[in-house]
Design a protein around this ligand. Sequence first.
Ligand SMILES: O=P(O)(O)OC[C@H]1O[C@H](OP(=O)(O)OP(=O)(O)O)[C@H](O)[C@@H]1O
Ligand SMILES: O=c1cc[nH]c(=O)[nH]1
Ligand SMILES: [Mg+2]
Length: 219
Amino acid sequence: MEVIDLSKENSIIGQYMAEMRDAEYQKNRLLFRNNIMRMGEYEAFEVSKRLNYEQRDVATPLGIARVNVPTDKIVLATIFRAGLPFHQGFLNIFDHAGNAFVSAYREYTDKEHHKVGIHVEYLATPSIDAKTLIIADPMLATGGSMELGYKAFLSKGTPKRIHVCCVIATEEGIDHIKSVFPDDKTTIWCAAIDPGMNEHKYIVPGFGDAGDLCYGDKL
Ligand SMILES: O=P(O)(O)OC[C@H]1O[C@H](OP(=O)(O)OP(=O)(O)O)[C@H](O)[C@@H]1O
Ligand SMILES: O=c1cc[nH]c(=O)[nH]1
Ligand SMILES: [Mg+2]
């Protein structure tokens, strides 16, 4: 399975990442959400290079122009909450895509807050049969939310190609995706692979809680 870490090549996303990781800068939720959205736009452009294309003749006012356009039928899927601004970034680029949403939230199952359980409660999706499925969620920590989100989407068909798109990943999360997603048709995209997680399963150095940074704390 191909894993593409966009930070391997210098680009403007290094600036977005520096701002998103900065504890002072993070205090402004509008800026944080906006940077997550811009990361989505950037990643979407990169993913677009891997789509299938066909030539089309377009009538301009002055003649016929030959243009390459993507033929893939895309479904953009995301996981509430932190996925929402990331999803918007992808949708700004793939504006003809279908859209799928699932809710998954992590909850500690022990009083020491070392073990994480994941709850899936809501699913709204078009058919993903024979589609190019892009699942956008900024954090790939244990990989549990991505797995459960994917399994929920699978109840609505079998995709032709899958792009797992995140902002920060861990090796553990990537290994988990490799163990549960089909190897021959999945690509993992990220903008950083961080060294690990703390005892509460937060990525270190990471950002902190991406959902809270976008939308505030929750009970
Ligand atoms: O790889 P995992 O260990 O499953 O962690 C990743 C999940 O954590 C975050 O969601 P969270 O559960 O914090 O919900 P939120 O977006 O509502 O804050 C993030 O958006 C992922 O969905
Ligand atoms: O570091 C992490 C891990 C999971 N979810 C987050 O929002 N942050
Ligand atoms: Mg959260």
